[in-house]
Write a protein that binds this ligand. Structure first.
Ligand code: SAH
Ligand code: SF4
Ligand code: F3S
Length: 453
């Protein structure tokens, strides 16, 4: 490791959890004296933080790894790391597939990166995939944004949805203490961050595993309690959270969101399917009627709340009629945004072994029809913003037009307006919406803007 500082690069696949893990791992590498480079094919330490939620997510990483493995033959000092969910799922099998790898580490080991890398620099090939108690994070993450930040509140997932790899790769639920979460948020407030998104795969499970829970499963540390506990952190102007699970969603949470001014009017509540038999086969633990009641409750307290969700088409055995139930739900609820996916059989999950798998053609066709409906509905939903005044938190210059800035409304719609990013960075601006598109808005600022003082 002689000479100038070694350079590292991290490529991140997958969900917000992985992005948050990458920011913490980058923070650790910074502390170790390495420096960031944007170019993965020029870095001395290359880390792929991987996702295995669907097969195409997993395959992506193998093509990158092949290229890096070849580079290593000319450059033996290159350190190659696979972190995240593929690492956890494949473990030692990854070393057999790509013997050039130095380190394979599951998501629960993200905070241990320094320790693991030191073993690598001592000449070892290391696999860290055993289930562990996640270390409380003492590093300073290297965050992508200086305005919005992710804060983990609960790791892992105790659900057993029959299609899903997450419980297998992220392990059992581990909640952080309310104090640790608040401390991290206070630090963010001091650093000038304006918005925090609290993260958990099933955020409604927050606190179940913390001491103070009672034997009957009731507990004092619910996610709603956590919101009350952290909502007044100085400097943080907006709070978001994801992901809500319909099985555990409570009216008390909606009431808290309506009551706490910093909590944004946006709920991400995946429903996966609109058909009760499919939901049952998925082991989701609710019916479409319950899901609809949840949305009614949200809209009763917050008529204008934005609602987004995830859905899967082509689950094993799904009939055309059952698929139509999903279309009906999407049509009735009119989501602001919907992440859709064709079912992908995943190793180690029950549904992958069932014999009633659908053909790729059927899945692709349903996905296309659903996406078409989603776009139509989102466009209709967007109309309600026309002419309205929306609060936008300025996060960046519009990469396509530097005379404009961009940010998000409280309802999580991307919005653009004319302005100078240097002057407006991190500001909450009232914007009159003049143009609506299905997933984004354009407007004019209505405040007398911070003059060039
Ligand atoms: N914890 C969240 C979802 C995490 S995974 C929840 O319970 O809703 C993100 C999304 O990926 C899921 O909501 C689901 O829609 C999708 N997904 C998960 N496994 C999948 C699979 N095997 N095939 C297709 N989509 C899948
Ligand atoms: Fe996967 Fe279900 Fe857990 Fe979500 S709740 S992460 S879909 S097992
Ligand atoms: Fe992917 Fe792992 Fe997230 S499988 S979606 S990165 S929890």
């Amino acid at each position: 490791m002689a000479g100038s500082a070694r350079q590292y690069h991290i490529t991140t696949f997958g969900c917000q959890m992985n992005k948050a893990d990458s920011e913490r791992m980058a923070g650790i590498l910074d502390t170790m004296g390495l420096t960031w480079t944007d170019d993965p094919f020029n870095a001395d330490v290359v880390l792929y933080n991987t996702c295995t939620i669907r097969d195409n997510a997993e395959q992506k990483v193998y093509s990158y790894l092949g290229r890096q493995a070849r580079r290593k033959h000319d450059n033996p000092d290159l350190t190659l790391i696979v972190a995240g969910c593929v690492a956890q799922q494949e473990g030692e099998a990854l070393l057999r597939r790509v013997p050039e790898l130095d380190l394979v580490m599951g998501p629960q080991h993200a905070n241990r990166l320094q320790d693991l890398l030191e073993q690598v620099f001592d000449g070892n090939q290391v696999v860290a995939t055993e289930e562990v108690d996640i270390m409380e994070d003492i590093t300073k993450p290297r965050r992508d944004s200086t305005i919005t930040a992710w804060v983990n509140v609960i790791y892992g997932c105790n659900e057993r949805c029959t299609y899903c790899v997450v419980p297998g790769v992220r392990g059992v639920e581990q909640s952080r203490s309310p104090e640790a979460i608040r401390t991290e948020m206070e630090e963010l407030g001091r650093q000038g961050f304006k918005e925090v998104t609290l993260l958990g795969q099933n955020i409604d499970a927050y606190g179940r595993d913390l001491p103070g829970s009672t034997a009957d499963g009731r507990h004092q540390h619910t996610f709603t309690d956590l919101l009350y506990f952290v909502h007044d952190v100085p400097g943080i102007e907006r709070l978001r959270f994801a992901t809500s699970h319909p099985r555990y969603f409570t009216e008390r949470l909606v009431r808290a969101c309506a009551e706490l001014p910093k909590v944004c009017e946006h709920f991400h509540i995946p429903f996966q399917s609109g058909d009760n038999d499919v939901l049952k086969a998925m082991a989701r633990g609710y019916t479409h009627e319950r899901y609809r009641r949840i949305i009614d409750t949200v809209r009763r307290y917050m008529p204008d709340a934005a609602i987004s969700a995830d859905a899967i088409v082509g689950f094993p055995g799904e009939t055309e009629e059952q698929f139509q139930r999903t279309m009906e739900l999407v049509s009735d609820i009119a989501f602001d945004q919907l992440n859709t996916a064709a079912y992908s059989p995943r190793p180690g999950t029950p549904a992958a072994l069932w014999e009633n798998q659908l053909s790729e053609e059927v899945k692709a066709d349903r996905l296309q029809r659903l996406n078409h409906l989603v776009n139509t509905k989102a466009a209709e939903r967007s109309q309600r913003y026309a002419g309205r005044i929306e609060e936008v938190l300025v996060e960046a210059a519009n990469p396509k037009d530097p005379t404009q800035v961009m940010g998000r409304t409280r309802g999580n719609r991307l919005a653009f307006f004319a302005g100078d990013f240097a002057a407006l960075k991190g500001e909450l601006v009232q914007v009159k919406i003049t143009e609506v598109r299905p997933f984004s808005l354009t407007g004019e600022p209505i405040q007398a803007l911070v003059a060039a003082s």
